[in-house]
Write a protein that binds this ligand. Structure first.
Ligand code: PHE
Length: 339
């Protein structure tokens, strides 16, 4: 009996010393096959002492199993460490230099204008570029035979459909949607006119329409709003001038000029000697427009404005030709990036 025990413990020592020699996956696997299968020397010896006390038997087996598991863990950890080492990324290396395009200054300015009005609580709307004669003109208080239609040369698709000549029809859409309730909205977008393109005229240009309707809205609110817009867009020093004007859909109507940024108001070629440059049209919403949109002009009043996007961008960046916005010359675009 004791003889067989000493055989087991001898064998155990031998196997454990073999375990300590395990270096890699291959020797680990060979060890497992040799010493941990049912046919292993140890198993056979165990068979012979099957009738012995369990604890005695297990001691050798457990020792071999835990030696095996310790090695297995060691080898796996070493493999992971090697993999981490191999796949290490040197984050201190400089990155590739991707060539970045610019952003058309039209969109830089449009976004800035949106930000300014959103900060004042305006809602942003979008309207269709292809508009009906009804919304583009009639709802803006310009009937079919009205001479004011000549103020805006139009691109007709058929006798009742055209590319909108201004963003003002969105005023009517917004009021229809609100169903007689107060509103504050802007609508940025493209507008189209039949024009011969030159440095200051374009068949396509952008506007930001604005409309506020409520009880007790006055020209003073319009003035304060547009002065705030001008100072945020062009700086605190800009002087703002309101001039009486005419639009069929506002009464009274104004045009807004800012002091010339080129000469500071003294008079130069850019402002044609006047010291001021026109940037937008505005006015108090005409009672007919309110009525057609379901608002009682005795109860509600409002103001509206239309700001030319290219106009503002040209003044802000000193761009001298409106055609540059759509010619797609990369040398032009590359000069602009978002702040
Ligand atoms: N729609 C006018 C234009 O395109 C601008 C404008 C808008 C004027 C709103 C008054 C009120 O010329």
């Amino acid at each position: 009996m004791s003889e067989i025990f000493s055989k087991v413990s001898e064998l155990k020592e031998k196997i454990l010393s073999e375990a300590s020699q395990i270096k890699d996956e291959v020797s680990l696997k060979a060890f497992q096959e040799k010493h941990m299968s049912k046919k292993s020397e140890l198993s056979q010896l165990m068979g012979e002492i099957r009738n012995l006390v369990g604890e005695e038997k297990n001691d050798a087996r457990n020792a071999v199993t835990s030696a095996f598991q310790a090695k297995q863990k060691e080898i796996q950890e070493a493999a992971i460490a090697r993999k981490l080492e191999r796949e290490k990324i040197d984050i201190t290396l400089p990155s590739y230099n991707y060539k970045m395009g610019g952003i058309n200054p039209f969109y830089l300015i449009q976004d800035e204008m949106i930000d300014i009005f959103v900060s004042m609580g305006y809602e942003v709307k979008e309207g269709p570029d292809v508009e009906t004669d009804y919304f583009n003109f009639e709802r803006m208080n310009i009937p079919a035979d009205h001479p004011a239609r000549e103020m805006q040369d139009s691109l007709y698709i058929n006798p009742t459909t055209l590319l909108r000549t201004h963003t003002s029809p969105e005023q009517a859409h917004a009021m229809d949607e609100k169903g007689g309730k107060p509103l504050m909205m802007i609508c940025p977008g493209k507008t189209y006119r039949r024009d011969d393109d030159d440095a200051t005229h374009s068949h396509q240009f952008g506007q930001v329409e604005g409309l506020v309707v409520g009880k007790g809205i006055t020209l003073a609110n319009l003035k304060a709003t547009l002065e705030l817009f001008v100072r945020k867009m062009f700086g605190e020093k800009r002087e703002v001038r309101f001039r009486g004007s005419y639009f069929p859909f506002t009464e009274p109507s104004v045009e807004v000029d800012i002091s010339c940024m080129n000469c500071g108001g003294k008079g130069c070629s850019m402002c044609k000697g006047t010291g001021f440059i026109e940037i937008l049209g505005a006015g108090m919403v005409h009672p007919n427009v309110l009525k057609m949109s379901g608002y009682d002009p005795e109860v509600y009043s409002g103001f509206a404005f239309g700001i030319g996007i290219e106009r503002v961008a040209m003044l802000r960046y000193g761009i001298d030709d409106i055609r540059k916005f759509y010619q797609g010359d990369v040398r032009f675009i590359e000069q602009f990036t978002r702040k």
